[in-house]
Design a protein around this ligand. Sequence first.
Ligand SMILES: NC(=O)c1ccc[n+]([C@@H]2O[C@H](COP(=O)([O-])OP(=O)(O)OC[C@H]3O[C@@H](n4cnc5c(N)ncnc54)[C@H](O)[C@@H]3O)[C@@H](O)[C@H]2O)c1
Length: 377
Amino acid sequence: MPNVFGTPHKGTGHATQGGDPADSPGASRFGNHEQVVFCQDEASGLRAIIAIYSTALGPSLGGTRFFPYASEDEALTDVLNLSRGMAYKTALAGLDLGGGKAVIIGDPAVDKNEAMLRAYGRFIQSLNGRYYTACDVGTFSEDMDVIARESDYVTGRTVAHGGAGDSSILTAFGVFQGMRAAAETVWGRPTLRGRRVGVEGVGKVGHRLVEHLIQDGADVVICDVNEAAVERVRAAHPEVEVVADTDAIVRTDLDVYAPCALGGSLNDETVPALKAKVVCGAANNQLAHAGVEKSLADRDVLYAPDYVVNSGGVIQVADEIGGFNFDRAKARATGIYETTRKIFALADDEGVPPAVAADRLAERRMTEIGRLRTILL
Ligand SMILES: NC(=O)c1ccc[n+]([C@@H]2O[C@H](COP(=O)([O-])OP(=O)(O)OC[C@H]3O[C@@H](n4cnc5c(N)ncnc54)[C@H](O)[C@@H]3O)[C@@H](O)[C@H]2O)c1
């Protein structure tokens, strides 16, 4: 892959996960993506890539990741994978939105500046509504406020600027709804009462998930590499058990394991050690590689697909597009319970792991609803 921007790169490495059709030998570098846009503004240091996977269901939506990619190639691989994932997520969230994503190449702590964000905003505006952006790793609501000074297609802004604010509220709520559906499938009742749930990572989403679980009557076990995050939970709920790390939590006698830290929690080491009967958490890309979903099914562990149960956040920022209404967004996030049940039922009917069933359902919706655009208006 030539250096499209024609500029040198520096920075740290970054591992990406997930399969993309673009990865298969002989396939087009851009897989099935509709549009990939390289944006550069030398004076401000902006180098960004916007990838639109699909607009079959509507304008594409997905956050902007600001990251010190080691190379352009790495940035491109990441944005292609992420935008594809967003198309599946928005499809199953029942939104009239497609999937896209963007990356800005650089270290957000050093390179981010007003001119760069505004230049980026002008590139988004030039797509005329084919792509809506939001926050992701390295970008915050305050950055969205700046980008929005140049573009009408920005969500995830601060409440003071008419935005929806912290998306972790509905993300945690949605994960809890997915977990209720899993509990019903495995134990017959849509509640976590009396169940032992291990939450790995009690940051913005994880600590809110703990609140839902305790309210529902679950026993909660947590771990986090950040002592302050653990203390915040313990201060509010001294009854919560704390274990050392991921290694310990997967080996704990749990009913449910909820990965809410980083991706790749489900891998060749953790899956054979898992005691839990259900996996349902907020983290993106929980399956370390293709085939892990089958290992889970073979061990009779019910896996609630990550991008389905963690879609409360995208539901929240999507609602902002028409003027944010929390109750309306929460009602839609409640639907994650039904969608997760539907996926488990389809997995059962078609004899495939839930991750495969979720992909099929998403593709079905993109095809069936996307087809309606062929009716001339
Ligand atoms: N915030 C959202 O709305 C949202 C939406 C969808 C998906 N997600 C995903 O959910 C996950 C959590 O998001 P968040 O917003 O709560 O992030 P966060 O950074 O606030 O919280 C993550 C927590 O995990 C901890 N952690 C990191 N590595 C760990 C490890 N090895 N073991 C245990 N704990 C570890 C961190 O210390 C932190 O407290 C991420 O994977 C994110 O991509 C978040």
